[in-house]
Design a binder for this molecule. Structure first.
Ligand code: ADP
Length: 334
């Protein structure tokens, strides 16, 4: 049984890979970031140098990793992938950097979680394509400068605010990824349905798009759940009715909020009278990590106009009360 579910899991991971857009022109949405990147890449290509380091920031599932892969593909370069939490020791980063070939793209996901010594090593690497490797300990320790190949760093972060100033300053370009419009997500869903050979009608894909929290990863995931439902409980075609019935089974509500989103709003409204309340208190109330609440739930709740971040804490808006079927108190935010 366990093997089976592991297999099924691998299957879904593979699907994520299949669905990744491969070229800048195939990338749906993010028109600003795309145009800006196009210029950065084209001018570097004309000058025959690796492009400036790129920071991509925005909530999970908006396409930062896909964009990093596209950057490497557009440059015809190899992509090396690592993540902030994996770079606990500076030595790990030194090994990675010294193995780069000229022009390679190094992708560091969750770069705001990189450990301090590795971060400091990165400064010099980004600026001078050099690392200082410290050999030995104590007063006898010496640092040996090591040349590395000119490369392009692509960093991704869900919290650009958590980056230190010196690190942020070393990126030549920051692309701020925004939530997708319903229309863009509709294109994402239709493209994925085509690739996965799922029969979906226009009202069906629009319904999935509308309930995907502005996020392509969620749109693709909901599409797969809808396909399951359509195959098992209907005639295989994802109509609007089938989508609605499927999403009800998977606890995705009219606005696309999932169980955790609703738990956060529910706690905010019912346990804390609508706030203001600190994010860690709120996280404890729903049994989640504060970073999950802050980086996964809140950005969309803010964009949906349900939650406001104020200096004194999180506050529910009137829309949040109403969404939960409750009467907002008089003094609540409009
Ligand atoms: P992030 O790194 O920001 O968490 P990913 O790049 O891993 O996001 O994207 C998650 C999934 O969403 C990908 O597997 C891809 O299938 C899909 N996706 C993201 N952006 C797009 C897009 N612009 N067009 C089509 N699919 C996309």
């Amino acid at each position: 049984d366990e093997t089976l579910s592991a297999l099924a899991h691998t299957g879904e991971q593979d699907v994520e890979v299949t669905l990744r857009p491969k070229k800048l022109g195939e990338f749906i949405g993010q028109p600003r970031v795309r145009e800006q990147l196009e210029l950065v890449l084209e001018s570097a290509r004309r000058r025959g140098v690796p492009p400036d380091h790129v920071l991509l920031s925005g909530p999970p599932g908006l396409g930062k990793t896909s964009m990093a892969m596209i950057i490497a593909a557009e440059l015809g370069s190899a992509l090396r992938i690592t993540s902030g939490p994996a770079l606990e020791r500076a030595g790990d980063l030194a090994a990675m950097l010294s193995n780069l070939a000229p022009g390679d793209v190094l992708f560091i996901d969750e770069i705001h979680r990189i450990a301090r010594p590795a971060e400091e090593m990165l400064y010099l690497a980004m600026e001078d394509f050099r690392v200082d490797v410290v050999v030995g300990k104590g007063p006898g320790a010496t640092s040996i400068p090591l040349e590395i190949a000119p490369f392009t760093l692509v960093g991704a972060t869900t919290r650009s605010g958590a980056l230190t100033g010196p690190l942020r300053d070393r990126f030549g370009f920051t692309g701020q990824m925004e939530f997708y419009s319903d229309d863009e997500l509709d294109q994402v869903v239709r493209r994925a349905a085509r690739i996965l050979d799922i029969e979906i009608d226009p009202l069906g894909s629009a319904e999935i798009a509308r309930r995907s929290r502005g996020t392509p990863r969620i749109a693709n995931r909901l599409l797969r759940r809808v396909r399951d439902y359509a195959e098992v409980r209907a005639d295989g075609v994802a109509t609007k009715q089938v989508v609605r019935a499927a999403l009800e089974v998977y606890d995705v509500d009219e606005l696309g909020l999932d169980r955790l989103d609703r738990a956060v709003l529910g706690a905010l409204v019912k346990s804390f009278g609508g706030g203001p309340v600190g994010v860690s208190t709120l996280a404890v109330a729903v049994g989640e990590e504060p970073t999950t609440v802050e980086e996964v739930c809140e950005p969309y709740l803010v964009r949906a106009g349900m939650l406001a971040r104020t200096p004194r804490g999180r506050v529910a808006t009137a829309a949040a009360w109403e969404h939960l079927g409750l009467q907002p108190p008089e003094r609540v935010l409009p």
